[in-house]
Design a protein around this ligand. Sequence first.
Ligand code: F6R
Length: 580
Amino acid sequence: MCGIVGYSGEDEAAEKIYRGLKKLEYRGYDSAGIATAGNPTVKVEKGTGTIDEAIDSISEAEIDGNVGIGHTRWATHGGVTDENAHPHRSSSGAIAVVHNGIINNYEELKEKHLSGHDFRSETDTEVIPRLIEEKHDELEDFHRAVEAVVEMLEGSYAVVAVKDSGEMAAFKESSPLALGISDGELFLASDVTPFLEHTDKAVFLEDGDVVRIENGDYTIKNSGEEIEREVKHIDWDAEEASKEGHDHFMQKEIKEQPDTVKRAVFQDRSDVEEAIDMIEEADTVYLSGCGTSSYAADLGAKYLREAGYDVISEQSHEMEYWNDHVTEDDLVIAISQSGETADLLSMLGDVDAPVLSIVNVVGSTLARKADHTMYINAGPEIGVASTKAFTAQIAVLKLIAETAEASLKEARNSLIDTAGKIEQTLEDNEETVEEVSDYLQDQDHVYFIGRGKGFEVAKESSLKLKELSYIHSESFPGGEFKHGTIALVEDGTPVVAFMRDEGLEDIFSNAKEAESRGADIIGVGKENVGDFKYFFDIPEDENSEILEVAVFQMLSYRTAVKRGHNPDKPRNLAKSVTVK
Ligand code: F6R
């Protein structure tokens, strides 16, 4: 789960790679590095920390040249050290490689083919440049050497390799890699954001593809045969990926939701109808995702159940253990912002059922693997914690369920109406967000409770708060809290209750049960019917979960900022979790 960039053109490669890596920092930020080649050797600068920390100053760096590679790392094999930072070089230093993914058989490859080698790092990656060099010595051709090494690797990888001669190659298996095509320059990157400012033309490479870059041109081989891949036009605006005056991407992304929810529901009628046909034809519909996307799946299951379908929702990493029950007569609805989440892709790998994917990243692995894909069209989500993607996911799921039950027009209008209330709801709650974030920033534990769809809102709000502010927080169905966890409530323990219409009296009782054990109760709903210490006002709305979530995204954001954390890059997390 790292970000990789490659550049071959007429400009200084290091400068372009640096800018590209900044766009990929959300994929990992333990260490970073850049290597250039062809002028006349391979030059590397790398180190731990963010890209700026790792690469002191690009202009002063002695990494000139028009061909190069870069990497921003989220550690898997080997700790966070300068030696383990990418790029990794061959034993002579003539070949350098950046890699995203895991080489499963690296120990076996070391033993079998690289026994005399003195490895510089603890990574699985370092076998790749060393193997390429060994093969190059044998075959005397860089690209043939790369092709031979691809045959030897097992695992998931997206790799870009350069040689001191300036030759460049890339290959991938189960990890994303896109090729950007501009006049006189070619880019390789984990997603399109690093090259969007230079070109909107991209090829999404497929598993088994090996790209050869020479003299400003590229060719792609798969299974030894030269092939053509479609060049796609990407209509994401590069500006969309910048902060636009906000302190953090997360803040910008929370505020974008009036637009992104609207965009999400402007789906082609044919796409919605195809999704409904797939649901109608299925014996059982399974929804699956991970983290925040799994809460969207849980909500989607509730929407579809209300529309009369047989639906089960399960997080992908757990569903993998029983997915042999899923038959070709069923349907899996796979939900993911990135479309690259390893747990989800791995679970889908074994299922016979058709797959409907609900994805943000265009051309992602999930989008390409699915039988039918609906894009949520949220645009690039740079903040590591999902915000606008979540509300867009639930908007699309609700659109499908309510179109099945009523009509596309009604479903769309109702969601557009909700989107129109997000800004005002955030504004109306601004003061309370400040008061409650002041209060929460000194707390050690917070509990969230909700009933019905309020439980999913509680789960998502709790996850957002803990991952950004590092305050311990848990969520429970309101009815469950008293069956054990209430024992942890002491004087002044914050308990947040989502006071939605479904089970309103019962959730109110649950909040009161906590209060009578000393809890500071915080309510969220249409009106403060009880003696809540704080209360967030949510307007009457058919899709109020979207409004509740938006307010709690902002609360989590503000609490994190007040505690001195960078909400765009929570510790230990990465945007795209491409390992199991
Ligand atoms: C939390 C968050 C994660 C992701 C999860 C799945 O804020 O962003 O829990 O939702 O890692 O990622 P995607 O949606 O890319 O499959």
